[in-house]
Design a protein around this ligand. Structure first.
Ligand code: NAP
Length: 306
């Protein structure tokens, strides 16, 4: 029996693990992919306090992992396929066959990139279509890239891609960006970035070598156009990783987990933290704050219930 099981190894999960293992609770973190989660897909992080010049996303993840495991956090790799509650015990099934029991459970499974759902997107995934500039940007040296979206991710990653690309087109469906002002200013000042406003992406086309173009439609006058690009980076938001919960805790209309201010979900002893939680701001700094709150609340729950 563990005291705390944490599902998800991004900043929220690692912070929950740091707090619970440092609090001498027997703690296990389960991660299906890379430790660090989405942070590892960000090249440079400059709004996480404590690193005055900024820090590589991968380096920040590595530091968080080292700090958490220093206090005894156990980390295993596997995909959680089921979660259930038996009395006060929470049961976590990994990869369909391994079973782990715990007194408290912290859900920190984050979110995954939303698809654009247009023809060519799946066909050319990995052959020009990407959801991760840090992972794939270097493949596009001297080429033209389209970035779809108008939020922080699209603009931040669009700027990053100018390190490699000849020209980056940021294609946005409206004429106003959602991204924070400092990113907007940098993008507007960057000569390698051209904004394509009020424009919907309709189709990604290519040949056996990969993407060659993206077909567009202006949403105001319906005029169609084609941009010759070799890469298409899609940043149109995220969907929460909550499918495996199967009704265990209440979700909002977009399937994010609903919590109170202590990060408690509707299931007693089950907490949620980070991007998987229903909340307005999704930042590394807010994720680690959620996680500290969740771990402290989990400790109190264990004291009062076991
Ligand atoms: P987001 O804020 O949800 O923005 C998604 C963008 O994609 C919006 O501009 C949206 O357009 C557009 N979009 C959505 N569906 C579309 C579709 N079907 N076709 C075309 N465009 C579509 O997502 P995000 O930028 O990935 O950010 C997610 C969260 O992480 C946010 O809370 C953000 O603040 C945070 N984040 C922060 C940083 C940072 O602090 N530097 C970096 C990355 C992410 P509309 O604007 O018209 O809705």
């Amino acid at each position: 029996m563990h005291d705390v099981i944490i599902i998800g190894g991004g900043p929220a999960g690692l912070t929950a693990g740091l707090y619970s293992s440092r609090g001498k609770l027997k703690s296990l973190l389960i991660e299906q992919g890379l430790i660090g989660g989405l942070v590892t897909t960000t090249e440079w992080v400059e709004n996480y306090p404590g690193f005055e010049e900024g820090i590589l996303g991968s380096e920040l993840a590595r530091k968080m992992e080292k700090q958490a495991t220093r206090f005894g956090l156990e980390i295993i790799n596997g995909s959680v396929t089921g979660v259930s509650i038996d009395g006060k015990t929470k049961r976590v099934v990994v990869d369909g066959d391994r079973q782990y029991d715990t007194r408290a459970l912290i859900l920190a499974t984050g979110a995954h990139p939303r698809k654009l759902k247009i023809p060519g997107e799946d066909e050319f995934r990995g052959k020009g279509v990407s959801y991760c500039a840090t992972c794939d940007g270097a493949f596009f040296k001297g080429e033209n890239i389209a970035v779809v979206g108008g939020g922080d991710s699209a603009v931040q990653e669009g700027i990053f891609l100018t390190k490699f690309a000849k020209q980056v087109y940021i294609i946005h469906r409206r004429d106003k960006l959602r991204a924070e002002k400092i990113l907007q200013e940098r993008a507007f000042a960057n000569r390698q970035i051209e904004f394509v406003w009020d424009t919907v992406s309709e189709k990604i086309t290519g040949d056996d070598k990969g993407v060659t173009a993206i077909q567009l439609r202006n949403s105001k006058d319906d005029r169609r156009s084609v941009l010759d690009v070799q890469g298409v980076f899609i940043y149109v938001g995220y969907n929460p990783n909550t499918e495996f919960l199967a009704g265990l805790a209440n979700l909002d209309t977009d399937n994010y987990i609903v919590t109170d201010s202590n990060m408690s979900t509707s299931a007693p002893g089950v907490f949620a933290a980070g991007d998987v939680r229903s909340k307005p701001s999704k930042q590394i700094a807010t994720a680690v704050g959620d996680a500290a709150t969740a771990a402290i609340a989990a400790e109190k729950y264990i004291e009062e219930n076991f």
